[in-house]
Design a protein around this ligand. Structure first.
Ligand code: BGC
Length: 420
């Protein structure tokens, strides 16, 4: 047997990622909160549906009160970087009014990370909106762009000296796909037209926020911030390789899905690329161009969320995005499973493919496992377990899983061993 060490670049960022709503506990004032559904069920008909379909977030991991404990665990598993998001609704619970306590709370969180020498990737929008914005139509309303930019500027003024990397929005593609096309996430809509509108508004918001964050941080703190967004990317492929139309089909889907937001928001509005990769999609062409988005059931390995496990896909998307010649960060990659051997294998295989992409020229500078803690998985509630750390919902006790120790070892060695 051959044993080989795959060494990652020096100063590689090793981290984990989370989002506020999924771990903090119900803030009561965003558009995923049961309070909101109850309050607006007459005004917004989808809220009635949401009461039945969207699981209540409840206390989640009570991270709002336990962040110090969780940051200590971050250190324990050797993370040198961490991706978190702010809950906009806590900071601006009433339109135009900033909540000083929430702001101070987040400031203390960021300072705590800084003191621990952990680099900070801060997401400004990770799917949830303040209730007042949702009541005004959310991202369908063009004014959302203005509101978001005002918030982004405010945060840049307040936290510009603490944040290392800014992510304006998380996964505009899946936000639109799940919330506006498939309708299983808030606001439970199924309309291509609405989806397109929201996508365009998010792209406009990114472009403007990019400029504002740059101006603000430069003026106030004299430094150039690094700003991007977290892109959900899939590795698209087809079954038939030798037909032009099948190839064209993949090309178009790749372009729209993985590159659409970059193009729409302006390629100059990105200091780095951040991608979230989970699964591949094989396309089956039906008719002239349009085909099936999805995989024929070939009885392959899947996760608890029924996603195909395809590590080579991360190599493909990394190579595809490296054409922009910008630093790349994998801001999410993870698996929902109760099988710790499988989680380790998932991490190992995805990192192995990442290593090959780096060797092939992709400028990958960081990897964030999703997620630090078992948490609230949107419409699926608490069933899928993505965490490196288990959380007992009754006692809130945290317990490091086997895979957490495995990931720690990789971080310590700055690479992984391959046997073949
Ligand atoms: C999202 C996370 C989510 C994860 C797993 C990503 O699409 O950014 O919020 O929990 O995937 O589904």
């Amino acid at each position: 047997m051959i044993k080989k060490f795959l060494k990652f670049p020096d100063n590689f960022f090793w981290g984990t990622a989370t989002s506020a709503h999924q771990i903090e506990g119900d803030c009561g004032v965003n558009d995923w909160s049961p309070n909101f559904f109850i309050k607006y069920k007459n005004q917004l008909p989808w809220c009635q549906d949401a009461l039945a379909k969207i699981p209540a977030v409840g206390l989640a991991c009570d991270h709002y009160n336990r962040y110090e404990e969780d940051f200590a665990l971050l250190q324990k598993i050797n993370n040198n970087t961490y991706r978190l998001s702010l809950e906009w609704a806590r900071i601006e619970p009433v339109k135009g009014v900033w909540d000083k306590d929430a702001l101070e709370h987040y400031r203390q969180m960021l300072i705590s990370l800084k003191n621990k020498n952990i680099k900070i990737f801060l997401t400004l929008h990770h799917f949830t909106n303040p209730a007042w914005l949702a009541a005004e139509g959310g991202w369908l309303n063009p004014k959302a762009v203005k509101y978001f930019c005002r918030y982004a500027k405010f945060i840049a003024e307040e936290f510009g000296n603490l944040v290392d990397f800014w992510l304006t929005v998380n996964e505009p593609g899946s936000y639109v796909f799940c919330g506006y096309l498939q309708g299983f996430w808030v606001p439970l809509q199924k309309s291509w037209w609405q989806g397109l509108r929201v996508f365009c508004h998010l792209a406009r918001a990114h472009r403007r926020a990019y400029r504002l964050i740059h101006q603000t941080v430069k003026n106030k703190f004299g430094k150039e911030p690094l700003v991007g967004f977290a892109n959900d990317v899939q590795a698209y492929a087809n079954y038939v390789k030798h037909r032009f139309l099948d190839q064209l089909h993949v090309y178009l889907v790749y372009k729209i899905s993985n590159h659409g937001f970059y193009i729409l928001s302006g390629k100059k509005s990105h200091d780095f690329l951040a991608l979230n990769y989970y699964f591949p999609v094989r396309l089956e062409r039906r008719g002239l161009l349009f085909g099936q988005l999805g995989n024929i059931d070939e009885d392959r390995r899947t996760t608890e969320t029924n996603w195909l496990i395809h590590p080579h896909g991360i190599y493909e998307v990394l190579m595809d995005l490296s054409v922009y010649k910008k630093p790349i960060y994998i801001t999410e990659n993870g698996i929902a499973t109760n099988d710790e051997d499988l989680r380790e294998r998932f991490i190992h295989e995805h990192l192995e493919e990442t290593y090959y992409a780096i060797k092939a020229g992709a400028d990958v500078r960081g990897y964030f496992y999703w997620s630090l803690l078992d948490n609230y998985e949107w419409a699926e509630g608490y069933r899928p377990k993505f965490g490196l750390i288990a959380v007992d919902p009754k006692t809130q006790e945290r317990q490091l899983k086997k895979s957490a120790f495995y990931y720690t070892q990789i971080i310590k060695e700055n690479g992984l061993w391959l046997d073949y």
